[in-house]
Design a protein around this ligand. Structure first.
Ligand code: ZN
Length: 408
C-alpha cells in the first residue's frame, strides 16, 4: 500500500522497523500507525550493545508523534525484549522514543521548544496535552540536561532564596554568576537546603570555587564553611542585601519620627518612604530639590539616611586597609548617633565585617542573578497551575538552568 511507504518516510522509520498498517480515524481526527520489525538475527542489548537473541515482545505500546496533516498521529508497536548473557532480559532500544516516554523524541522536542516561549497552559491547549503530560516532558528534559551537565569549574556562585508564593514556602537557589544560570534548587532555606548542592559537585569543582555571594544568613554560612575548602575566605555578603538592611533601618527611624512629628502637626515625613530608598540622581529635578531640603533638615531620618549612604561608600574602595579604616570610623558614628535601628545594623555589619570586605577581593554580587530573577518571575507567572513543588523546581531548571534539554 502506498500510504505505508508515505508514512514510513514521513515518520523516518528505518529498518528493521517498517510500517505494517495505517488506520485513519476521520471522526476523531487521528492517524494510527502500526509498526513492526523484520526478523533480525540479533538485537543489541540496551546496556552493553552486545548482540543478543530476541527473547519476546512486550504488550503493544503507543507513542504520540508530531501531527501529520493536522491529524494527531499515534505510533503503535510491541517493543522487543533481548536476552543478554550479562544483563538478562531487557527491553530493546527503540529508535523513535526514549524508554519511559509516551511521546516520540520528535514530539518531545517540539513540546520543549514551545514550552521555552509559551505558557504551559497555552502549550497544553494547542497540542492537546494534559498537565501531567506537560510536566512529565519537562521533568524528563531537566533530568537529561542535568545528566549532561559537564563538571566544569564554578568560580563564582550566588546563593539566593525565593518564595514560591509571597510569604509561603521558600526555595534555595544556587546560581552560576559567570554564566547566569541556575545550578540547583533546594527546598526551604535551611542549612540542609544548601548542603544538598555540594554533594553534586566533583572535588575539583568544589576546589574551583573562589567566591560565594549571599545574604547574611547563618544556615547558608554554615553550609559553605562545611563543604567549600577555605569557605570562610570565600563568602561575600551581597552588597545589595546589605543596602536593603540599611534601608530598612532608615525606614524604622522614619516611621517612628513621623509619628512624633505628626502628633505635633508636622507631616514633612509622611509619604516619603521611597524617597529615602531611591537614588537622588534618578529623581526629577523638583523632587530632588525637595528631597535635598529634607536631607538638610536635621531630622533623625536625614541622619539615618546619611549613615546608610556613607556605609555603602565602603564598596567603592580599592584596598582593604583604607576600607577597614572607613568602616571603623563609620561604626563609631553609628554608635554615637543613638538611632537604635542604625546601631543594630552597625553591630551586625561589624560582626560580619570579615565577609563584607571580601567584596574588594572578589567583586561579586547577586545582581548578576537579575536576569535569572526576571526569568523566574516569568516562570511563576506562566505556571500558575503548579500542582506541587517538584513541578516548580523542574520549571526553574527548565527555563533558567542553561541545560541541553533535547531528547537524543
Ligand atoms: Zn548486555
Amino acid at each position: 500500500m502506498q500510504d505505508r511507504e508515505l508514512y514510513r518516510q514521513i515518520l523516518g522509520i528505518e529498518a528493521p522497523w517498517l510500517v505494517e498498517r495505517v488506520e485513519l480515524k476521520l471522526a476523531e481526527g487521528e492517524v494510527h500507525v502500526y509498526l513492526e520489525h523484520r526478523e533480525m538475527a540479533s538485537w543489541p542489548c540496551p546496556e552493553c550493545g552486545a548482540g543478543c537473541q530476541l527473547y519476546d515482545h512486550q504488550e503493544e505500546r503507543r507513542w504520540r508523534h508530531l501531527d501529520t496533516c493536522q491529524y494527531q498521529t499515534i505510533l503503535h508497536a510491541r517493543p522487543p525484549r533481548t536476552k543478554c548473557g550479562e544483563h538478562g532480559v531487557r527491553v530493546a532500544k527503540l529508535p523513535w522514543a526514549e524508554p519511559s516516554s509516551r511521546f516520540t523524541a520528535l514530539m518531545e522536542r517540539l513540546v520543549i521548544d514551545w514550552l521555552r516561549s509559551a505558557s504551559q497552559k497555552a502549550v497544553s491547549e494547542q497540542l492537546g496535552l494534559s498537565w501531567d503530560e506537560i510536566h512529565g516532558i519537562m521533568e524528563r528534559a531537566v533530568g537529561r540536561g542535568l545528566k549532561r551537565r559537564e563538571a566544569e569549574p564554578l568560580p563564582l556562585l550566588g546563593v539566593d532564596e525565593k518564595a514560591f508564593r509571597k510569604g509561603h514556602k521558600y526555595f534555595t537557589l544556587v546560581n552560576d554568576l559567570e554564566r547566569s544560570r541556575v545550578l540547583y534548587v533546594g527546598e526551604d532555606r535551611t542549612q540542609a537546603s544548601l548542603d544538598g548542592f555540594w554533594g553534586r559537585l566533583t572535588e575539583a569543582q568544589r576546589a574551583s570555587i573562589q567566591a560565594v555571594a549571599m545574604d547574611m544568613w547563618d544556615p547558608y554560612v554554615a553550609s559553605v564553611m562545611e563543604y567549600v575548602p577555605d569557605g570562610g575566605k570565600k563568602i561575600v555578603y551581597d552588597k545589595f542585601h546589605i543596602a536593603k538592611h540599611l534601608g530598612e533601618a532608615v525606614d524604622k527611624v522614619r516611621r517612628k519620627e513621623n509619628r512624633t512629628l505628626r502628633a505635633a502637626g508636622d507631616d514633612r515625613l509622611t509619604g516619603t518612604r521611597y524617597d529615602w530608598l531611591r537614588n537622588p540622581a534618578a529623581m526629577e529635578p523638583a523632587d530632588r530639590r525637595a528631597f535635598a531640603e529634607l536631607r538638610r533638615s536635621g531630622l533623625k531620618t536625614a541622619r539615618a539616611w546619611a549613615l546608610k549612604e556613607t556605609a555603602m561608600a565602603l564598596f567603592s574602595y580599592q584596598y582593604e586597609r583604607p576600607a577597614g579604616k572607613h568602616f571603623r570610623w563609620w561604626h563609631g558614628w553609628a554608635v554615637r548617633s543613638r538611632l537604635r535601628p542604625m546601631l543594630d545594623v552597625a553591630r551586625t555589619l561589624k560582626r560580619r565585617f570579615e565577609n563584607i570586605i571580601t567584596y574588594l577581593r572578589h567583586r561579586v554580587t547577586n545582581a548578576a542573578s537579575e536576569s535569572i530573577n526576571a526569568k523566574i518571575q516569568w516562570v511563576k507567572y506562566t505556571a500558575r497551575g503548579f500542582r506541587n513543588k517538584e513541578n516548580f523546581k523542574a520549571a526553574i531548571l527548565f527555563h533558567c538552568g542553561g541545560l541541553d534539554l533535547a531528547p537524543s
